[in-house]
Design a protein around this ligand. Sequence first.
Ligand SMILES: C[S@@+](CC[C@H](N)C(=O)[O-])C[C@H]1O[C@@H](n2cnc3c(N)ncnc32)[C@H](O)[C@@H]1O
Length: 243
Amino acid sequence: MGRHERVAALAGEDLAGLEVADLGCGPGRTVRALLAAGPRRVHALDRTSGLDDDVLADARVRSRLADLDEGVPLADGSLDAAVSLNVVEHLASPVDHLVDCHRALAPGGRLVLAHSDWDTALFTSSDDGLTRALVDRFVAAAHGPAPRSDGFMGRKLLGLSDASGACGAPWEVEGVEVWADGHRRFDDGSVAWKVATAVLAAAGDEPALAARAAGWVEDLRALADAGQFLFAVTDVAVVLRRA
Ligand SMILES: C[S@@+](CC[C@H](N)C(=O)[O-])C[C@H]1O[C@@H](n2cnc3c(N)ncnc32)[C@H](O)[C@@H]1O
């Protein structure tokens, strides 16, 4: 089971008849996993439109362009469950977002707040010191196209739920799940390749590090070809119930 399926399962094994949302859905991998549990509707919200065609074609999906920094565009108490995977690091105020999720959920509704903790990124390489320096640079820089990021967000999720409570939007913590999916492939487009490419890009504005990193990706590829490569990152999912 991959991270999208795990997050969807934490929202509920049986979502029959329920109104759910994926907040910052991206291409819709978690939406696809949610649909398998039989919800009445999945609100797929993101500020950019990138849903895969098969997800968009499902009549139960309501795709909506929305900037979550301006609020969740759904009525008070209208959701039975919501999921958020690798999104809150990009938001101007993750706490305000949690307060707004609390508003949009019905009493007793569940929020699965999940995030990779990028500081834990693990790559097999021939130069552990260089890999450490590159991952440090990656988490210190804004990774990816978004203007904000936080490479330590996974470990901060419980604190966010507490801060939301202090703002009048309390949550009961139902559980905390931690896992790391392992990836052994390093083909172009693979999960490990995508992250390694972003790590390399983050080193670009540090010439000394960038020069040392030039052969890093090729080293990872060679290790993968030899069957010795592993990539993993720790994911944290906090399961919250609207108190
Ligand atoms: C790393 S992707 C994760 C996508 C998806 N949840 C997944 O796990 O595949 C982050 C997503 O958050 C969305 N996002 C970032 N800031 C946002 C905002 N202010 N409002 C809505 N969506 C936002 C991005 O467009 C992107 O699709």
